[in-house]
Design a protein around this ligand. Structure first.
Ligand SMILES: Cc1cc2nc3c(=O)[nH]c(=O)nc-3n(C[C@H](O)[C@H](O)[C@H](O)COP(=O)(O)OP(=O)(O)OC[C@H]3O[C@@H](n4cnc5c(N)ncnc54)[C@H](O)[C@@H]3O)c2cc1C
Length: 572
């Protein structure tokens, strides 16, 4: 009885404390209480549910059978939208809080939500070395299946919850990207439902323009319903070499050399200060030296970035063998280093042993429960940015990051950028080595101001022909945005495929300053519709308009609609 009374007393005191301080104060300043008591257990329930579901579906082989039906359902929704007059833009119906990106798109409330309930792995073809997946299949699911049968994706972005759709339509990167490129570069086919409801497959050879335009378009060219992705044989271990490096020049030199060396399957740097970093290089191996095995994924192990920092503090190099899947998800438990701001004692050994198995809380649940105050605090006093910079400008870039935001650790991940005609490619016709500089945390510069400081960084990135990842807060104006990204192919396809009436422009969808212009643009579209029978100028080249059959070969042949222009169709 005594322990029960004691516990009851504690609960009463806790509730009184919340009453005195106010719930808002507790959620903002002692967020860990809420996270530990509610979000961690909920996250476990979520994970177990999704794991069992994915396992059952794969075992019953039901995904391929259901897939076609799900695609038809999306086509039906798009056609219904069209029949109703296409009054608002369309977007995926996945709630904004469920995504990894910190932004919660307000457009979800105003646009027509197309429900895409597709989260399965459809087929693993080891002969062709290809896996075919639905867009909501996530990285945790993919590694769980592929690694268990001896295969892997050549580029496997770290966080379990990142989805194939998000990684194709946004972007994805991993420490093997210096060999294979970004996530989009390991994809060999996309299947999309277009604005007219037709289903289209695109590859390098078939509908090649669309294939190149899809990555980074953030769902503004069509709905992804499946992707075919290359797979490569996997080995059970990663032999990882840790090298502490001091001096900025030295860091840049060592990191560039490691990234240029194709013998390294994995290359990653964590920079702990302007002059200190640890550079890690790894290869996959079949065997491990038993005394050097480190199972970093076990719940009681230190957070990976803290473990790595140990090599810097001790000023010693080291070699370890890490199980492949645990290596891939090395930053999952601490969400890189974001979790230290939410659970400050999360890396304490007692916490790790007792509760480490529940960590991390789901990013989606963190977003769902953050409330307006925390969201604003985060926006103003927290940076989450990934800037992609040509490797030759690495030193200038790190100096710039230091002056403008001073956030450490910085994540350094090299990648190869092949020439292309989509939104993101190097300036010339040659492939070029780039580096993703990821800054996640609280800026230490006194003069930090979210908009002004980010704009300064964005200008630097444009000047060196770099790119900003679009999941983060983007403060560029439209002109600056299209100076950074190549919009030629993208805009042409939006005209040809009738996207201008169906989806917002990517800038309007993701940019801070673009959010308002999104609404204005749609109003302008509605204005055109009210003007009567004349075809809006941007629709003149649209396939199907004025009775032309559209030229995108469709997978569902006769069932696919060919949009015929008629004034009343536009008004519904
Ligand atoms: C905390 C954090 C950690 C991160 N870690 C990594 C990392 O380790 N490695 C890495 O590479 N990146 C990382 N990122 C960036 C990440 O790659 C992008 O945020 C990614 O685009 C988000 O993936 P998501 O699955 O949540 O996609 P979403 O945010 O759901 O989607 C991204 C865009 O694609 C569109 N889209 C999604 N599915 C479809 C579809 N089926 N049809 C049409 N459009 C669609 C959405 O509308 C949206 O515009 C991280 C981001 C954050 C905030």
């Amino acid at each position: 009885m005594d322990p029960l009374l004691y516990l009851g007393g504690l609960v009463v005191m806790f509730l009184l404390w919340i009453k005195v301080k106010g719930l808002d104060y507790v959620i903002v300043h002692q967020r860990w209480i809420f996270v530990c008591l509610f979000l961690l257990p909920l996250s476990v329930i979520f994970d177990v549910y999704y794991y069992v579901r994915a396992w059952l579906i794969f075992k019953m082989c039901s995904a391929p059978k259901l897939h076609d039906q799900r695609v038809r359902d999306i086509q039906r929704q798009v056609r219904e939208w069209s029949k109703e007059g296409g009054k608002t833009y369309m977007c995926t119906g996945r709630p904004g809080w469920l995504t990894v990106s910190l932004r919660v798109g307000k457009y979800k409330k105003t646009h027509k939500n197309i429900m895409i309930n597709m989260m399965d792995i459809l087929e693993v073809d080891t002969k062709r070395q290809v896996v075919r997946v639905e867009p909501l299949a996530n990285m945790g699911q993919v590694t769980a299946l592929l690694n268990s049968i001896g295969w892997t994706l050549p580029v496997l972005p770290e966080l379990d919850d990142l989805t194939v759709g998000g990684l194709v339509m946004g972007t994805g990167i991993e420490s093997s990207s210096h060999i294979y490129g970004l996530f989009q570069h390991i994809c060999i086919a996309y299947e999309l439902v277009l604005a007219d409801g037709s289903l289209v497959r695109c590859t390098e050879a078939e509908n090649s323009d669309l294939f190149h335009a899809v990555p980074w378009s953030c769902g503004t060219l069509g709905f992804l319903v499946a992707a075919e992705i290359k797979i490569v044989p996997a080995k059970p271990w990663v032999k990882l070499h840790y090298e502490p490096v001091r001096g900025l020049q030295n860091i840049c030199k060592c990191f560039t050399e490691a990234s240029e060396n194709k013998q390294n399957t994995f290359v990653e740097g964590i920079q702990y200060g302007l002059d200190t970093a640890v550079i890690m290089t790894g290869t996959m191996t079949d065997h491990a030296e038993p005394d050097k095995i480190n199972r970093i994924g076990l719940h009681f192990k230190p957070w990976f970035f803290k473990h790595v920092e140990g090599y810097l503090k001790g000023d010693n190099t080291g070699v370890e063998y890490i199980p492949l899947r645990q290596y891939y998800h090395r930053h999952t438990r601490s969400i890189f280093w974001e979790l230290q701001d939410i659970i400050p004692f999360g890396n304490n050994p007692v916490f790790r042993w007792l509760f480490g198995w529940m960590v991390p809380p789901k990013i989606s649940l963190l977003k769902l429960t953050q409330g307006e105050t925390i969201r604003r605090l985060y926006e103003q006093h927290h940076v989450v940015q990934d800037m992609l910079i040509p490797m030759k400008h690495l030193q200038a870039a790190i100096t710039r990051f230091h002056q403008d935001i001073d956030v450490y650790p910085l994540w350094l991940c090299p990648f190869l950028l092949p020439p292309g005609r989509g939104m993101v490619h190097p300036k010339g016709q040659e492939e070029e080595l780039y580096v993703d500089i990821g800054a996640y945390g609280e800026p230490k510069v006194k003069h930090f101001e979210a908009k002004a400081s980010t704009r300064q960084l964005e200008k630097f990135v444009r000047d060196v022909h770099g790119f900003q990842m679009l999941y983060a807060d983007v403060y560029m104006d439209r002109e600056e945005f299209w100076e950074m990204f190549d919009g030629q192919l993208y805009h042409r396809l939006r005209e040809e495929l009738g996207c201008k009436e169906a989806f917002p422009e990517v800038y309007d969808k993701i940019c801070q300053v673009g959010l308002l212009s999104d609404i204005c643009n749609k109003l302008r579209g509605t204005f055109w519709q009210h003007r009567g029978s004349e075809v809006p100028p941007d629709l003149k080249a649209r396939p199907g308009v004025r009775g032309k059959k559209h030229h995108w070969p469709s997978l569902d042949g006769a069932v696919a609609p060919t949009l015929q222009w008629s004034p009343d169709r536009r008004r519904g």
